[in-house]
Ligand binder design. Structure first.
Ligand SMILES: [Zn+2]
Ligand SMILES: [Zn+2]
Length: 342
């Protein structure tokens, strides 16, 4: 005979004989299911559901123009030959004069190349869909956001205003990624890189882009004035990628205005979750919020990554197992873990 305790309220419990196998295994199964449910991190599922809803709306919006060609033009803008060519040139420069020497095919580089491939094939189409869904919802809810066309104002001024506004919104989203646990769970994978390089730009969880949808606000506001042509977004993407380069550049005097690799490396330093140096292209937002820490001249390149490796990383095991690490890094934010405490 075995005693099976009662429910949470205690109580009498029930008796069962050893031969009644199903009765004794059922509570064990229930407990296992409950434990599995406890291991799920529900905020990430909520973000995924929101992304799916936006993507569905985006698909319906884009179907007016031909969704496939719209997705293809987004791929050309954000992961086309100019972006990939730029990344390749910087990657070669990194091998010649690196801040920290790594093998060309270091595990961190190869995994980031996988991320680059996934970015071009999966993530950019996702960004195109959720971005269109979000912009359409915004335009429906707040049509007054769109500034009417003003021919008297020079076009370049609108472009400059758009870049500054996008950069401000990206800064705000990045701050949110560091301050809000559910967003940090998605952003932590970007910070897990211990062999930082220009390729690390693409090491990001696909759902992290939901928080950066805020940049659709200035794009929509200035849409009537054509302030964000594709070439501007491509240049902005390259300028935003360059600070990940494994070089010692601090841009000299321009480094007080523009985010340099030495400046962004401090943001990635291996001390954990640092809420400093959060800018993408301009330092102004960090300076205004007293979160700017500038590199000292001749400062040695510090280690990067997350202390205690709360996100599984490719450097931790004897064998690389890069495919498995890649999938684990994408799945990890859906489970509870100690990442939020870092
Ligand atoms: Zn960050
Ligand atoms: Zn970064």
């Amino acid at each position: 005979m075995v005693m099976i305790p009662g429910g949470p309220g205690g109580g009498q419990g029930v008796t069962a004989t050893a031969s009644a196998q199903p009765a004794s295994t059922q509570p064990a199964r229930l407990a296992a299911r409950r434990a599995a449910r406890r291991r799920l991190y529900l905020p990430t599922f909520a973000v995924a559901l929101f992304a799916a809803w936006l993507a569905w709306n985006g698909w319906r919006v884009l179907s007016q123009y031909g969704p496939i060609s719209s997705i293809h033009s987004a791929q050309l803008e954000l992961a086309g030959p100019s972006v990939v060519g730029f990344v390749l040139v910087v990657f070669i420069i990194e091998q010649i004069r690196p801040a920290e020497r790594h093998a060309v095919l270091a595990r961190g580089h190869v995994l980031d190349m996988t991320y680059l491939l996934a970015y071009a094939l999966v993530v950019v189409p996702l960004i195109a869909l959720i971005g269109s869904g979000f912009s359409a919802a915004l335009a429906r809810v707040a049509p007054w956001l769109v500034i009417p066309r003003i021919p008297a104002v020079p076009h370049w001024l609108f472009i400059a205003a758009a870049v500054v506004a996008i950069d401000a919104v990206d800064w705000l989203a990045h701050l949110g990624n560091h301050r809000i646990n559910s967003l940090w769970r998605l952003h932590a994978v970007h910070h897990s890189q211990e062999e930082l390089s220009i390729l690390t730009t693409f090491r990001a969880h696909p759902l992290v882009h939901v928080s950066f949808l805020l940049s659709a606000l200035p794009v929509l506001a200035l849409s009537a004035n054509n302030a964000t042509p594709a070439v501007v977004l491509t240049v902005y993407a390259c300028l935003g990628a360059l600070p990940h380069a494994n070089v010692r550049w601090n841009y000299g005097k321009a480094g007080s205005l523009l985010i340099s690799p030495a400046y962004h490396r401090i943001h990635h330093s291996a001390t954990g979750r640092l809420d400093i140096n959060l800018g993408t292209v301009l330092t102004i937002w960090d300076r205004m919020s007293r979160r700017a820490v500038f590199p000292a001249p001749g400062m040695a390149a510090g280690k990067t990554g997350l202390a205690g490796r709360p996100v599984p990383v490719e450097q931790s095991a004897a064998r690389p197992r890069l495919g498995r690490i890649f999938l684990t890094q994408w799945a990890e934010p859906f489970t509870t873990s100690e990442v939020s405490d870092q």
